[in-house]
Write a protein that binds this ligand. Structure first.
Ligand code: NAD
Length: 252
């Protein structure tokens, strides 16, 4: 099994790379932070896993083509791509205040990055005889928040919609395409944004389980979507969110 994961230098991607390697996958760890990708690969090697690091920006088509080419060159094919790289820009706000450069940057990485991953990853998966694509969306694709991040929310809605369409188009080529929709997580991406206790509590009150999720919990969900355990799932949105999208009133 050959696995390519852009955004694997930290958070969900790092945990997924380590878990997939433990399950026997050969992993291409891609990240724009090459040093972080190398650290993930070192940790994989300590677990006797197979992996190589590649630097690159998912919003640049040629970089993504090179990430996929690396998997085919080093491991002879590609079966799984986890399009997981994403940003939440500190300048992201409501629709009135969010500057154009924040909107452009967020859509370039969170949406075009996924499109490029699919543009180059899906043909490679078909060449390898089929497999699974997992695109990371978010619970914010399902519900609105009065703590706005309009560019981020728009980007994740786009990931959900394009994932469904890709699933339909490629279903008969042996390629499954699903989105993983995490709830709020205790990773660098969100914790940098929620930099005071008050901001954290403003969110925690809405989560029935009363805690942020862990990157390792998302990695397990990604593994499920990658494996034959989910063989009849395509076009699905797997919410792993501590119950937040099901809640009206949460427990005291
Ligand atoms: P993280 O910040 O810990 O890790 C993201 C990784 O992506 C980093 O290693 C970063 O260097 C890399 N990256 C960022 N931009 C890149 C680019 N242009 N090209 C290549 N690599 C790039 O974040 P995380 O919490 O693990 O988030 C992973 C995914 O999960 C993102 O798509 C995010 O939107 C989504 N998500 C996160 C949460 C949360 O609460 N953390 C909730 C829902 C969805």
């Amino acid at each position: 099994m050959r696995f390519n994961t852009p955004g694997a230098g930290s958070g969900i991607g790092r945990h997924a790379a380590l878990l997939f390697a433990q399950e026997g996958a050969s992993v291409v760890v891609a990240d724009r932070n090459l040093a972080a990708a190398c650290r993930t690969v070192e940790a994989m090697h300590e677990l006797d896993g197979q992996g190589v690091a590649v630097g690159g920006d998912v919003s640049v088509a040629d970089d993504v083509a090179a990430m996929v080419a690396k998997a085919e060159k080093v491991y002879g094919g590609l079966h799984i791509i986890f399009n997981n790289a994403g940003i939440m820009d500190s300048g992201d706000d409501n629709v009135i205040n969010t500057p154009d450069d924040v909107i452009d940057r967020t859509l370039a990485i969170n949406v075009k990055g996924v499109i490029y991953g699919c543009r180059y990853g899906i043909p490679a998966i078909v060449r390898s005889g089929g497999g699974s694509v997992i695109n990371t969306a978010s619970f914010v694709a399902f519900m609105g928040a009065a703590t706005p991040q309009i560019a981020y929310t728009a980007s994740k809605g786009a990931v959900l919609a394009l994932t469904r369409e890709l699933a339909v188009i490629h279903a008969r080529e042996g390629v499954r395409v699903n989105s993983l929709c995490p709830g709020p997580l205790r990773t660098e991406l969100l914790m940098k944004f929620l930099d005071t206790e008050e901001k954290k509590q403003r969110r925690l009150v809405h989560i029935p389980m009363g805690r942020f999720g862990e990157a390792s919990e998302m990695a397990k969900a990604a593994l499920f979507l990658a494996s034959s355990d989910s063989s009849y799932m395509t076009g699905a949105s797997l919410l792993v969110d501590g119950g937040i999208t099901s809640a009206y009133v949460t427990p005291e």
